[in-house]
Design a protein around this ligand. Structure first.
Ligand SMILES: *Cc1c(COP(=O)(O)O)cnc(C)c1O
Length: 395
C-alpha cells in the first residue's frame, strides 16, 4: 500500500479516537525509526516511555523469541517457570515484597484501586462501600471507566457516564487541600509523582514526603502511578526517589516490556496485596511466561546499560542546551532526566510538524506543550543532532 492508501484505509476502518502525525513507520532500532519511504527520524516520544530501552532492543528480542519457541501462555490456572523469576527480579531491583502482574497500565491501576479498597474494608475497617481515594487534578491514570471517572479532563468523560464513585480530586502539589479532604473513610492517596500527560508537571519539593507523613498518621495507602515516570525516565529508577519516600504501592507498565508486549504490575507489600484470595481478581494474559520473559530482559537492559544514570546525566545536558534557545514563545521548560516539557505560548502541534519534517518525532500534549522523551539509550551525539533541529524550529 502507498502512503496515501495506508492513511485512507486507517481513516476509513478505524475508530477515530486518535489524530496521529502523518508519518507511517515501518522499522525502528535504538532511538531511530524509519518510515515506509526509508526516511529516518529520531524518536523523541519513545511510545510514551514504553521504549525506554530503544526500539527492538536485541536482548529483549532474543528473550521474546526464545520464550515464544517454548511456551507463550499457560493462564494462571497452571504455573509457569518464568513468572517467579520476574517476581525475584522485581524484588531485587525495587525492594518491594509482593507483586501483581497485569498487562496494560490501566489494568494495573484498576488492580491497585481494588487492592486498596479491599484493604480498607478488611484491614483498616472502613464501612463497606464507603472507601474514598484522593487523586489529583490533571491526573492521567488510563482510560477505563473507573479511571476516567476521576479524571478532571472533560473530554475523557464526556458521553461515558455514569461513573464510579469514591474518588476526590485535589489540586496537584497542594498539601493543605489533601489534609482538608481526609476523613475516616479515606483509604488511599494516588498520584503520579510527576504528571506526564499534564505536561511534565513537577510538584513542590517535599510534596511526596508530606503525603507520606499524612498517610502514616491516618493509616492511608500511598499509591504512586509510575507507569510513565518510572523505570528510569525521570533520571531515577522511580520518580518518588527525588523526595526520599517509599510509597505503599507502585504501579508500573510501559517500559516494563521495552515496547515488545504489554506488561504491567502493581508492586507492594503483603499488607496490601495479601488481601487477594484465589478468584478475587485475575487476567487471562496477566503473568504469562512470554510477558514475564520479556519483562525480565527489559529490566536487565535498564541495569546492564545503566539507562537510569544515562537518563539523569544526558537529561541535564539536553535541557541545559534547550534553555539556551532564546525565543519569547518558550514559556517554560520543565524536566527530570530525559523527560522534558517545553511549554510554548501558542499551539505546539505546528512545531511538532516542523520538527517531523526535519526528522525529529515529538508529540504535543495539552495543546501548548512539546514533550521531549527519547529512548534512554540516546547518546550525546544524537542529542546534539536533535538540538540542531530544535534550534531551527524554535528560532
Ligand atoms: C500510560 C499511562 C497509564 C495507562 O497505561 P495504558 O497501558 O495505556 O493503559 C496510566 N498511568 C500513567 C501515568 C500513564 O502514563
Amino acid at each position: 500500500m502507498t502512503f496515501t492508501e495506508i492513511i485512507e484505509t486507517e481513516e476509513k476502518y478505524g475508530a477515530n479516537n486518535y489524530k496521529p502525525l502523518d508519518v507511517v513507520l515501518e522499522k525502528g532500532k535504538g532511538v531511530w525509526v524509519e518510515d515506509i519511504e526509508g526516511k529516518k527520524y529520531l524518536d523523541c516520544l519513545a511510545a510514551y516511555s514504553a521504549v525506554n530501552q530503544g526500539h527492538c532492543h536485541p536482548h529483549i528480542y532474543d528473550a521474546m523469541v526464545e520464550q515464544a519457541k517454548k511456551i507463550t501462555l499457560t493462564s494462571r490456572a497452571f504455573r509457569n517457570d518464568k513468572l517467579p523469576l520476574l517476581y525475584k527480579k522485581l524484588n531485587e531491583m525495587t525492594g518491594y515484597e509482593m507483586f501483581l502482574p497485569m498487562n496494560s497500565g490501566a489494568e494495573a491501576v484498576e488492580s491497585a484501586i481494588k487492592a486498596v479498597r479491599k484493604w480498607a474494608y478488611n484491614v483498616k475497617g472502613i464501612e463497606k462501600n464507603k472507601a474514598e481515594i484522593i487523586v489529583a487534578n490533571d491526573n492521567f491514570h488510563g482510560r477505563t471507566l473507573s479511571i476516567v471517572s476521576f479524571s478532571s479532563e472533560e473530554q475523557y468523560k464526556d458521553g461515558f457516564g455514569p461513573f464510579t464513585p469514591g474518588f476526590h480530586l485535589v489540586k496537584f502539589g497542594d498539601i493543605e487541600e489533601i489534609k482538608s479532604k481526609i476523613n475516616k473513610n479515606t483509604a488511599g492517596i494516588m498520584i503520579e509523582p510527576i504528571q506526564g500527560e499534564a505536561g511534565i508537571i513537577i510538584p513542590p519539593d517535599g510534596y511526596l514526603k508530606q503525603i507520606r507523613e499524612i498517610c502514616d498518621e491516618h493509616n492511608i495507602a500511598f499509591i504512586c502511578d509510575e507507569i510513565q515516570s518510572g523505570l528510569g525516565r525521570s533520571g531515577k529508577l522511580f520518580a518518588y526517589e527525588y523526595d526520599n519516600v517509599r510509597p505503599d504501592m507502585v504501579i508500573i507498565g510501559k517500559a516494563l516490556s521495552g515496547g515488545f508486549y504489554p506488561v504491567s504490575a502493581v508492586l507492594s507489600s503483603k499488607e496490601y496485596l495479601g488481601v487477594f484470595n484465589p478468584g478475587d481478581h485475575g487476567s487471562t494474559f496477566g503473568g504469562n511466561p512470554l510477558g514475564a520473559a520479556v519483562a525480565i530482559a527489559a529490566l536487565e537492559v535498564l541495569e546492564n546499560e545503566k539507562l537510569v544514570e544515562n537518563s539523569f546525566n544526558l537529561g541535564e545536558y539536553f535541557v541545559s542546551e534547550l534553555r539556551k534557545i532564546s525565543n519569547p514563545i518558550i514559556k517554560d521548560i520543565r524536566s527530570r532526566g530525559l523527560w522534558i516539557g517545553l511549554e510554548l505560548t501558542e499551539n505546539a502541534r505546528p512545531y511538532c510538524e516542523k520538527l517531523m519534517e526535519l526528522g525529529v518525532l515529538c508529540k504535543d500534549t495539552h495543546h501548548t506543550i512539546i514533550r521531549v522523551a527519547p529512548p534512554l539509550v540516546i547518546t550525546k551525539d544524537e542529542i546534539d543532532w536533535a538540538l540542531e533541529r530544535f534550534r531551527k524550529v524554535l528560532v
